[in-house]
Design a protein around this ligand. Sequence first.
Ligand code: C5P
Length: 219
Amino acid sequence: MSRDALAGLRVLVSAGPTFEDIDPVRFIGNRSSGKMGFAIAAAAARRGAGTVLVAGPVTLDTPAGVDRRDVRSAAQMHAAVLGALPADVYIGAAAVADFTPAEVAEGKIKKQPGSGGLTLELVRTADILADVASHALRPRLVLGFAAETADLEANAQDKLRRKRVDMIAGNCVGVAGSGFEADDNTLHVFDATGSHVLGPGPKTGLAEALLDLVAARLQ
Ligand code: C5P
């Protein structure tokens, strides 16, 4: 397979967590280092794709040749990803918050003497992957990730249909040495025709293997 099938294409990747502010000092976040998405963006750029990386708050260096756009919240990531269209390929590797506080307190929320806990009202965030997949400027190939602790295949198949995406890369996050924050991972990639297991191995190698599958789909 040609390694440069992505050369000259525009590849849009989202990576990392999102942070949803509660007040000026607290937030709700997802456990995500961004390593998988950054490895994918680095590999896409090495193959000659014009690569845009929308990154949540992470402590990773920008891969060579990648146009990086930093965001914090799910709403900001949504705007940055949709604003980066058109693209030939979208790979949604970010761990986007599904819920965000209904209101952000202007000042730090203080403990009230004598009172017990704090009740937060959360509202749903927009689903970036689903919105890209149903967009008028829909990329030719839309790939989403699924971090599951159980029923990986059933959940991935459900996501393929529900979000109208072309490929889902699922990883079991309950397994030691795999999933978020780890350097290694195993990916179970599903599309309408079947599934592939990539790994276990370093996320850098998995990124290459995943892009081989993407490139094959684009031929
Ligand atoms: O449904 P679930 O959140 O598990 O789907 C995971 C996939 O959807 C990932 O690719 C993730 O980046 C994407 N997603 C998104 N916007 C959300 C929630 C998830 O793009 N608000």
